[in-house]
Design a protein around this ligand. Sequence first.
Ligand code: ATP
Ligand code: MG
Length: 362
Amino acid sequence: MPKGKPVKLVGLKGDSPAPPRIVTGLAELDRVAGGGFVPGSGVLIGGDPGIGKSTLLLQALAALSRQGRRTIYVSGEEAIAQVRLRAERLGLADSGVLLASETNVSDIIATLADGEPPAAAVIDSIQTIWSPVIESAPGTVSQLKAGCEALVRFAKQAGTAMLLVGHVTKEGQIAGPKVVEHMVDTVLYFEGDRGHQFRILRAVKNRFGPTDEIGVFEMVDQGLVETPNPSALFLGGAGERPSGAAVFAGVEGSRPVLVEIQALAAPTAYGTPRRAVVGWDSARLAMILAVLETRCGLSFSGRDVYLSVAGGLRITEPAADLAVAAALISALADKPLPKQCVVFGEVALSGESAPLAVRICG
Ligand SMILES: Nc1ncnc2c1ncn2[C@@H]1O[C@H](COP(=O)(O)OP(=O)(O)OP(=O)(O)O)[C@@H](O)[C@H]1O
Ligand SMILES: [Mg+2]
């Protein structure tokens, strides 16, 4: 190995001003990114097929180009005509976003480096790009690595915010498991339930901001519309709440969110009662049922129990325990919860707060 030379060491304190953020103006996106994109950073946006990744990023680039910034959208998946068609439908055709359909990473970088470097560029998707210096086929791990590395290196040199689209595998990981995630500064996941119109953008890694913020959008014909008040989506229908419905007051990032939790306790037709959950953890439901039976003297043994979070949201907060308990008790007693009542709190195995749910339900 050749002998190296020592590099200059510096202190932690120094004059390195925080770079100005590239703010798209799509508030839900900017917030999840940590207050806009950082120039010279690599951002990976993952999500299931058809969830709206291309739509979101085209809207983001269009918003930036309307601010007079240079933006480039490289599609390796769709032909120019397809992207144009989407732009037309979204009303973004006149926005000034520059378009290319290319998969060779060397050509892509040469294109990005030609002229004034773009403030932001989208590569849609990293699974389609290939590097001519690597022998393996496109989509393989070594191709993915080489392509991403080259693009992120270019981003750092040019000060471009490099937005990379990544497809998620069946296991829910961005294909080429974790291979790419460590190479970029920020990893965002775009999620949603196909049966529902809302989409959630979540940061799973961010070197420039918190990771507990979510951005909520609604998918309509004209593209993704921001939802500054997500509670409206997750509260189910307006008006009287039936028995078995409880409103959970949770926190997503810096915002409170109200979500309706719905439970049904139907008489069992078979020997073993069913327990089915949508949007919550089934093991956690089993625990709450056990606590209610053991500590509060309620019996769900002859009942099939169904639990669902309205709007298709997935809740992981332990604070939803008490709302689930209240929904279950209300369903069992067939008695609606009081109006204007929100519930939150963790339920311990000792059952400490469980009687509270019984009291709420009257
Ligand atoms: N003509 C249309 N009218 C309304 N909504 C549409 C129309 N075409 C597509 N969509 C919506 O846009 C979604 C596809 O968005 P988009 O292509 O941005 O997703 P994607 O995540 O990039 O998908 P892919 O994985 O195929 O690249 C569709 O699932 C649909 O909800
Ligand atoms: Mg796409």
